[in-house]
Design a protein around this ligand. Structure first.
Ligand SMILES: Nc1nc(SCCc2ccccc2)c2[nH]cnc2n1
Length: 158
């Protein structure tokens, strides 16, 4: 029985590139990732996604343009929490991605995603996102670098 904690993860995309941020502090520091973080008690998951995106790279998205594309669950050996991560993407957004205290943003061609400097699970589920397939993935880690087991499936709807 895990303590479930909600998180968001947002990816901005265009025809040829995806926006990633290099995490400058905190959980996942020094890894490239989407933009996101905890969902606070007083906000919806969608509002948290929009808030974190703006805080972390100064980009705003109309809530109608933010699509829920995936759901990831992470557990870590010996830890009671389950990270329940709701993944979103958008192709229409306002503002220019700008470095903040949290993140250093950069556009990557789809052929040059830096998986060696990302979470180990990303290379497993990114293909679903890049093929515009909805997905649900569960990953159990030993420490923060080793995946002990996982399952990823395509969903017909979120
Ligand atoms: N891609 C990816 N992201 C995360 S955490 C994303 C949510 C988050 C949590 C805390 C601060 C900011 C963002 C992962 N954890 C384990 N594997 C992972 N892969």
């Amino acid at each position: 029985m895990y303590i479930r904690k909600l998180y968001t993860l947002v990816f901005l995309r265009n025809d040829t590139h995806i926006l990633l941020g290099l995490k400058k502090r905190g959980f996942g520091v020094n890894k490239w990732n989407g933009f996101g973080g905890k969902v606070e008690a007083d906000e919806t998951i969608l509002d948290a996604a929009l808030r974190e995106l703006k805080e972390e790279c100064c980009v705003t998205v109309d809530r109608d343009n933010l699509k829920n594309i995936g759901h990831l669950e992470f557990t870590f050996t010996g830890e009671p929490t389950l990270m329940d991560v709701r993944v979103f993407s958008a192709t229409v957004f306002e503002g220019t991605p700008t470095e903040t205290d949290e993140m250093s943003p950069k556009w990557f061609p789809y052929t040059e995603i830096p998986f060696e400097d990302m979470w180990p699970d990303d290379v497993i589920w990114f293909p679903y996102m890049l093929k515009d397939k909805l997905f649900f993935g569960k990953f159990h880690y030993k420490g923060y670098d080793t995946i002990l087991n996982y399952n990823v499936e395509e969903l017909e709807s979120m």
